[in-house]
Design a protein around this ligand. Structure first.
Ligand SMILES: Cc1cc2nc3c(=O)[nH]c(=O)nc-3n(C[C@H](O)[C@H](O)[C@H](O)COP(=O)(O)OP(=O)(O)OC[C@H]3O[C@@H](n4cnc5c(N)ncnc54)[C@H](O)[C@@H]3O)c2cc1C
Length: 424
């Protein structure tokens, strides 16, 4: 994983940024470019947060969090990757096979299952004006394939279709719907593009006192103050009150945090012997072990033998609670179902994530509860021009993504510069 040399803190910063994920790094870079002294405090011993590349487990880099540059035509990080001539993999991914309970789908069944996925995306991306918000599940039409196919939502949104707001889902901007990979990993790329941003790692913030003229931030290194403080931690961390706010946050901010829980997406990385070529870059396999357990497997990352199983929503939570190895076992079951038991001999190594148990994220990314579509805007509203919130959860059209987090950092930097220019 990408580490970062400990930097000493400025004792008199203009701005303190809490968290060195995509949002915090982006905000700090923009603020520093505008000439503001900016301290970035990060609790973990690495930068990147939920976008971090593991370079030690496999022979190929493995993004434990964000890996795809989604919506490349509207993704500013894709523009940056092009500008530095990073190698990009632009292959389109598509469903190759699906296994439902006790059989692999064939002929018409496979076609109907696949077609229902299109129904899901159509429903999830368009709502009639003036309609009352509901769950995505409630808006999906009946089909014998509805129950299994809608599990795919949980691997996109980190929560099941009956938990999430239709209006919030429909507000997401898919752009051209592309999913690019950047050679070397998305986390490594984001870290590289922000290598000039000093970060104090291993520095957890425990309290923010924002009642006075100059907010104070309490850390084990001491208490720091600055005119503005940017908070980029996940809504999981905010909701669990891992950081104490004094005075308490405004009711609207608290309501927004409650309406934007952190969902769960976990990944299982699987490295195959390169001689095994039965599934390649762009192939996707859906596996429904039973009505509750679902994994979708993507093969051939960067054109290598690296595959990733994606498990989301309640299923991911249950498997994470079941303990280490449970998610990997589901992936192994799926591989045996599709390719026969000899596939086991081709597996060189595996790893799995457990984002719910990570105390610095407490989940993967935010989803909105039904009725909570306006919460992202509410969370993004600054408190008294001193306390600012950024991070993926604050972005109504690009939440749950790395580029959304990065854009939120740019937004918050502009807001701070505007406030400061007003004051001068
Ligand atoms: C499994 C998974 C797959 C994903 N896939 C994709 C994908 O393919 N494409 C995509 O675009 N997005 C994807 N995402 C989402 C994307 O990774 C996130 O939306 C994005 O990285 C969030 O960035 P952020 O800056 O908002 O938050 P974070 O990355 O969470 O940054 C917040 C930082 O705050 C730190 N912190 C927490 N508490 C404290 C504290 N008390 N004091 C100081 N620091 C603290 C954390 O350690 C963290 O570094 C995925 C996420 C996961 C988990």
């Amino acid at each position: 994983m990408v580490g970062r040399v400990m930097e000493s803190l400025s004792q008199d910063p203009d701005v303190i940024v809490i968290g060195a994920g995509a949002a915090g790094l982006s905000a700090a870079k923009a603020l520093r470019a505008a000439g503001l002294v900016t301290n970035v405090l990060e609790a973990a011993n690495h930068v990147g947060g939920r976008c971090v590349t593991d370079t030690t487990t496999f022979s190929t880099p493995f993004d434990r969090g964000g890996s795809w540059m989604h919506s490349a035509n509207i993704n500013p990080l894709a523009r940056q990757a092009e500008a530095v001539d990073a190698r990009l993999h632009k292959t389109e991914w598509s469903l190759t096979a699906a296994h439902c309970f006790d059989r692999t789908l064939e002929g018409e069944d496979f076609a109907d299952y696949s077609a229902y996925e299109d129904v899901i995306w159509n429903v999830a991306s368009g709502v009639k004006e003036g309609t009352v918000d509901t769950t995505v599940d409630a808006a999906l039409p009946f089909s014998p394939w509805k129950a299994p196919a809608k599990h795919l939502i949980s691997t996109m949104d980190g929560a099941d279709a009956d938990m999430i707001s239709l209006h919030d889902t429909a507000a997401y901007d898919w752009g051209d719907d592309s999913d690019w990979l950047v050679e070397g990993g998305y986390g490594a790329f984001v870290a590289r593009m922000h290598a000039d941003v000093p970060v104090k790692c291993g520095c957890p913030v425990t309290e923010i006192r924002h009642g006075g003229a100059t907010p104070e931030v309490v850390t084990p290194e001491g208490t720091l103050s600055a005119e503005q403080v940017v908070v980029t931690v996940s809504t999981g961390v905010l909701g669990a009150e891992r950081i104490r706010f004094e005075p308490s946050l405004p009711v609207d901010t608290l309501r927004a945090i409650d309406q934007l829980p952190n969902g769960l997406l976990n990944k299982v990385g699987i490295e195959f012997d390169p001689v095994w070529q039965e599934a390649v870059l762009g192939d996707r396999f859906d596996f429904h072990a039973n009505s509750d357990q679902f994994v979708t497997l993507f093969f051939g990352f960067y054109g290598t033998g690296l595959a990733t199983g994606f498990i989301g929503g309640r299923c991911a939570d249950q498997l994470e609670q079941d303990g280490p190895g449970a998610a990997t076992a589901l992936c192994r079951d799926s591989l045996r179902s599709f390719f026969g038991s000899d596939i086991e001999k081709m597996i060189l190594k595996t790893t799995e994530t457990a984002w719910r148990s990570d105390p610095l994220t407490l989940g993967s990314y935010s989803y909105a509860k039904p009725g909570g579509a306006g919460a992202r805007q509410m969370l993004a509203t600054p408190v008294n021009d001193r306390l600012f919130f950024a991070g993926e959860a604050t972005m109504p059209h690009s939440y749950s993504t790395v580029h959304g987090a990065w854009l939120s950092g740019q937004r918050v930097a502009q807001e701070i510069l505007a406030v400061r220019s007003k004051g001068n």
